[in-house]
Design a protein around this ligand. Structure first.
Ligand code: PLP
Length: 375
């Protein structure tokens, strides 16, 4: 049987990894400034993570959501403590798309409405409603196109109010810093405006923190810089450091009822053990502080690069924008310098999404390599 050929692959076969480094089958070491697409939060193969998962799987890896699972309660409590999001409820699932799918579905149940507002260049995943709210016609099948989604420009509060006033929008979903779209972020006034208008027109305000959450921006969530309170917050990627887990934080104004949402695998024992290790390490190793600190160094070094159009993002969710396509540079960084970086929908943007354990000297190595490629 062949693999369904949907991924253009680099010819590299990683077999092990440690902290910010990945090693291939020839034992070549690569510096990981991509984090497997913003997934690796506490570093590859962190000892606490390995221990937690190994011990848990030896005891009980999985049972269904029809029994008590104290690890889910522990995870909810720890998440509340570290994120500072008081009194939200937690629903657990397995991926970012699933988190957004559940967020949108819940918004529709709660408001009894069905249209969605999303933003130009958004990416929210590949399941039914999540992909419909993604601004990329190439990945929207005719089946998904039946969802009614309006895409607005970031910052356009006037248009937003006109649409919400029709009173048929269940949710406004937004990445506070866009991921694959290219790291654009709007203003606090805009996000505050969304919050106010959503309240006024009984619409759920959904923060997609799948990529930006779990400390990546230096705050636990990217929205926290803007002092707003979303109704639903979706999480995944950094939450499991590679173990598949996602979830939504749900404001107490949205009520649960038996059977409203559900999943077989979501919140299983092993996934909870992985995510609990992630939260412990973020706290113990002060990784949010590290994101902020090392990010300053990145900005300083980046400002010394000639030909740079913009430095984008915050914390360790970063991008370097040039006025030419970066595909060749990205390939050369991998093959000449053994450094993984990421791309974006914007072909001129090089994305940097390292493990949150990264140190300044790793960025020094990266900038030396980048400078040599640019010259
Ligand atoms: C902001 C955002 N939302 C949702 C998703 C979808 O997550 P997953 O691939 O886990 O379904 C992604 C994935 O890149 C993302 O960046």
């Amino acid at each position: 049987m062949s693999l369904f050929n949907v991924y253009p692959l680099f010819d590299i076969t990683p077999v092990k990894a440690k902290d910010v480094y990945v090693f291939d089958d020839k034992n070549t070491q690569y510096l990981d400034l991509y984090g497997g697409h913003a997934v690796i939060s506490i570093g590859h193969s962190h000892p606490k993570y390995v221990k937690n998962i190994s011990e848990q799987v030896a005891k009980l890896g999985f049972y269904s959501n029809s029994i008590q699972n104290p690890l889910q309660v522990e995870l909810a409590n720890k998440l509340e403590e570290i994120s500072g999001c008081k009194n939200y409820d937690l629903f657990l699932c397995n991926s970012g798309a699933e988190a957004n799918e559940n967020a949108l579905k819940l918004a529709s149940f709660h408001t009894n409405k069905k249209k969605i507002i999303a933003f130009k260049n958004s990416f929210h995943g590949r399941t039914s409603a999540a992909v419909a709210a993604t601004d990329n016609p190439k990945i929207i099948a005719p089946l998904n196109a039946q969802q009614e989604v309006e895409f607005l420009a970031l910052g356009d509060l006037e248009h937003l109010e006109n649409s919400l006033a029709k009173n048929d929008i269940c949710a406004v979903i937004i990445e506070f810093i866009q991921g694959i779209g290219g790291l654009d972020e709007s203003t606090s006034a805009f996000y505050k405006g969304i919050e106010t208008l959503c309240k006024k027109y009984n619409t759920c305000f959904i923060a997609d923190e799948v990529q930006s959450g779990f400390g990546r921006t230096g705050d636990f969530f990217a929205f926290q810089k803007h002092n707003v309170q979303p109704d639903i917050i979706s999480i995944a990627k950094g939450m499991g450091n590679g173990f598949p887990i996602g979830g939504i934080l749900i404001h107490p104004s949205i009520k649960a009822s038996f059977g409203l949402l559900g999943t077989t695998f979501g919140g299983n024992h092993l996934a909870c053990a992985a995510s609990l290790a992630v939260l412990d390490v973020i706290e113990e190793e002060k990784l949010m502080e590290n994101s902020t600190e090392v990010s300053k160094h990145f900005f300083k070094k980046a400002s010394e690069i000639p030909n740079l159009k913009a430095i984008k993002g915050r914390g360790l969710m970063l991008g370097l924008e040039f006025d030419f396509p970066i595909a060749e540079i990205r390939k050369n960084l991998i093959f000449n310098h053994k450094i993984f970086t990421g791309s974006a929908k914007n072909p001129n943007l090089l994305r940097i999404l390292p493990p949150l354990t990264i140190k300044k000297e790793h960025f020094d190595t990266f900038f030396d390599a980048l400078k040599s490629e640019l010259s």
